[in-house]
Unconditional design. Structure first.
Length: 543
């Protein structure tokens, strides 16, 4: 809800009244309690002496006086309110239209028209271990036409996934694929096709969509294709979430199976919110399985895995894991320190470094603008911001001003008119930002430098370590790599030096949600492990 000067937005629950004071907040009401969580501004609750500010929550049990309730530090907002992700996506016009090949599709050209092959079998095999998931999709298509054809197999991956395996069955024998340079791959494909053998050429299209040319597709026969991808799973407050995206193109599948194998999770809680699955526990591992026939694949598979015991969230812990990959042994140490910190909201002074060089095409620039818009719309009203653009030279687009509606819209309108020209000189840009952040520090401010772009300079200094060292002292650096091509090394080093944060956002992602999630992270370094907050946000059946 939001409130303004002209009117006060009020939420009434069975026991009390909650008034918005220029804020965004969530209210959850059931037969046992009312929960109020504030993500921006503050709210007033009848009977509670103090106001509830950003990053705080209260849990008001039925029959308990509000005056006896203690205000708590809220869990990360994007975690507590993850149910709003789909709502935000529905309200946001996507910059990249939904893929026409969601879920995968095998297409051929026949008599001047495009035809899709029938999907007969769709098997999903997932292996989860140490926060990473390897998903293997085994698909069998049927060529219902009588003649031999050349086809194209399209499949979009999740934005954070990397393809790790591609195989195709030829005359009953599995043939593993490999990666080569694009033009060379096309030459090899054409030469093999001329010899009437079975080639397959994998190419990246855009966003997260790949395509594979397949030949030949024999008439009235099946074609079996296997692909695998890996991804790091989100893990927070003892919950690790895995999601396998459904596809609107898959239609009705004759046979669909799911197998999720979780290493070392036999004695730990789990939930599957999307499908009915059976669980088997063997040698300390958990295996979830499901099978359906003549089914439509129109729901994402969602599995949540929980750490064993809530005590794990409160205590300092160290975990060791090992694995073998391509003949080498790897050891991983994961240490979770307990870092108690005083609850304190600090005003932030945002300085946005917006790349406008010629390598930023209009789509990437649009993403950069939308990221800044979402960050500012969810910032505190007493936060300040200024915007500078970086190309061959640095330009001060706006002076320091408060993060209120009119100021935000005026600044974004200026960004919309900015031309994408020149070559990026990032070193000059970082040196040019220093007087701005120095002035903020001198005035007692709390500067956060939000760098939005690629971080890949064409002119001037190019060494990532030297560029990271140019981030002004006393400034939190927040790096947001927009697009597939970005400098992870630079943004990682700059964030590490300043106690900041870095991430990547692609045009085909939910921009508003990604920005909200970024802002939900306490960039000041104050991650709170709060017993009550964690316990109350577990599913009820796991308490």
């Amino acid at each position: 809800g939001t409130g303004g000067d002209a009117a006060t937005f009020i939420v009434k629950t069975p026991d009390r009244q909650i008034s918005a004071l220029g804020t965004r907040f969530a209210v959850d009401v059931d037969e046992r309690e009312d929960r109020v969580l504030v993500t921006q501004g503050k709210v007033k609750i009848d009977g509670l002496r103090q106001q509830i500010h950003t990053g705080q929550q209260v849990i008001l049990r039925r029959g308990v006086r509000a005056g006896d309730v203690k205000v708590q530090v809220a869990p990360r907002a994007s975690h507590a309110l993850d149910w709003t992700k789909d709502l935000m996506a529905a309200a946001e016009a996507p910059l990249v239209p939904e893929s026409d090949f969601a879920g995968g599709a095998l297409l051929v050209e026949h008599e001047g028209k495009q035809a899709r092959f029938t999907l007969r079998k769709y098997h999903v095999d997932v292996h989860i271990e140490d926060g990473f998931a390897r998903t293997t999709i085994d698909q069998t298509y049927f060529n219902h036409l009588p003649q031999r054809l050349e086809g194209t197999f399209y499949f979009p991956l999740p934005p954070d996934a990397s393809i790790s395996r591609l195989a195709m069955y030829v005359a009953g024998k599995r043939m593993e694929g490999g990666m080569v340079e694009r033009n060379y791959g096309r030459e090899v494909f054409e030469s093999i096709k001329y010899r009437m053998q079975d080639p397959a050429l994998l190419e990246w299209l855009d966003g997260s969509t790949f395509k594979m040319r397949v030949f030949p597709l024999e008439g009235r026969q099946e074609k079996r294709i296997i692909l695998s991808y890996t991804q790091r799973l989100d893990s927070l407050y003892g919950r690790t979430s895995y999601r396998f995206p459904a596809g609107h193109n898959l239609g009705v599948v004759d046979e669909w199976t799911l197998k999720v194998h979780v290493r070392g999770h036999a004695e730990r809680p789990w939930t599957c919110r999307s499908h009915e699955v059976t669980a088997q526990r063997t040698n300390g591992d958990l295996t979830l399985a499901a099978k359906q026939t003549n089914t439509r694949l129109d729901r994402d598979v969602v599995v949540d895995l929980y750490d064993a015991g809530y005590e794990a969230q409160m205590a300092q812990s160290t975990q060791f894991s090992s694995t073998r990959h391509e003949g080498s042994e790897y050891l991983m140490l994961r240490h979770r320190p307990l870092l108690p910190s005083e609850q304190k909201r600090q005003r932030r002074d945002w300085v946005f470094l917006f790349e406008t060089s010629g390598d930023r095409n209009p789509l990437l620039a649009r993403v950069q603008i939308d990221v800044i818009r979402s960050l500012l719309e969810n910032a505190e009203h007493d936060d300040t911001f200024s915007i500078v653009t970086a190309s061959t030279k640095l330009t001060r687009l706006t002076e320091k001003q408060t993060a209120t509606g009119p100021h935000i819209e005026a600044a974004l309108a200026k960004l919309e008119k900015t031309h994408l020209v020149g070559a990026l000189d990032l070193a000059a840009a970082l040196r040019g930002v220093k007087p701005i952040t120095d002035a903020l520090i001198a005035a007692g401010g709390n500067p956060h430098l939000v760098h939005v772009g690629s971080g890949i300079p064409i002119m001037g200094e190019r060494d990532a370590a030297k560029l990271a060292a140019l981030v002004p002292e006393g400034v939190r650096y927040v790096g947001i790599g927009v697009g597939k091509r970005w400098s992870r090394s630079l943004m990682k080093q700059a964030a590490a030096r300043s106690g900041g944060y870095y991430t990547q956002i692609n045009p085909d992602e939910q921009i508003a949600w990604r920005a909200f999630d970024l802002l939900s992270i306490d960039i000041d370094g104050n991650e709170y492990w709060v017993w009550q907050a964690i316990r109350d946000y577990y599913p009820e059946e796991l308490r």
